[in-house]
Each structure stands twice: as C-alpha cells, then as structure tokens.
Design a protein around this ligand. Structure first.
Ligand code: SF4
Ligand code: SF4
Length: 81
C-alpha cells in the first residue's frame, strides 16, 4: 500500500536526472519548467513509495511526504517555483 509520495523541492532540484534513473516504475521524468529542467512525478498512483529517489538525490531535493488531500495525490506533490 502506498502512503507517501516524493515531494520535489524545485529550489533544490538541478535536473540531474538521478532520481529518474533510480525510479523502477518510471513515474519520474525531467520536464522543462521555464528555462530549466526539473524532476516531476507522473502517475503518483504507480509510485511504490520505495524511497529510492529521495535517497539518491545528491541535492536533498526530495522528501517523502503523506499527501494532504486526494487532489495532492492526483496532481503529484511537486512544490516550489
Ligand atoms: S536527483 Fe534530485 S536534483 Fe537530480 S533531478 Fe532528481 S530531484 Fe532533481
Ligand atoms: S518513491 Fe520510488 S517509485 Fe516513487 S517516485 Fe521515488 S523512486 Fe519512483
């Protein structure tokens, strides 16, 4: 059962892509936001909450959090910018 989802701090994310490579179900991808690329969570319902992305991020940009609302869950939990 999934409880938590990765919350990506766009102020810390450098777009290095390590979390994308580490995510087994491939629910993370790099997306252009303005002039820079950031990690974005797609299909949060397929996230297994394995924590691999949070552990591998060298910039501590990912925190595993419990979504506050169903809307948070549906839209992912990306914050910042
Ligand atoms: S590993 Fe961290 S810094 Fe790199 S793309 Fe993912 S969230 Fe951003
Ligand atoms: S917690 Fe695991 S499954 Fe979920 S986005 Fe991160 S690496 Fe992918």
């Amino acid at each position: 059962m999934q409880g938590r989802l990765p919350e990506i701090d766009l102020n810390r994310c450098t777009g290095c892509g390590r979390c994308v490579a580490a995510c087994e179900p491939h629910v993370l991808s790099l997306e252009p936001v303005r002039w820079q690329k950031f990690a974005v969570l797609h299909e949060p319902e397929r996230c297994t909450a394995c924590n691999a992305c949070a552990v591998i991020c060298p910039f501590h940009a990912i925190t595993m959090r419990t979504p506050r609302t169903a809307a948070d869950r549906e839209s992912g939990s990306t914050t910042g910018a």
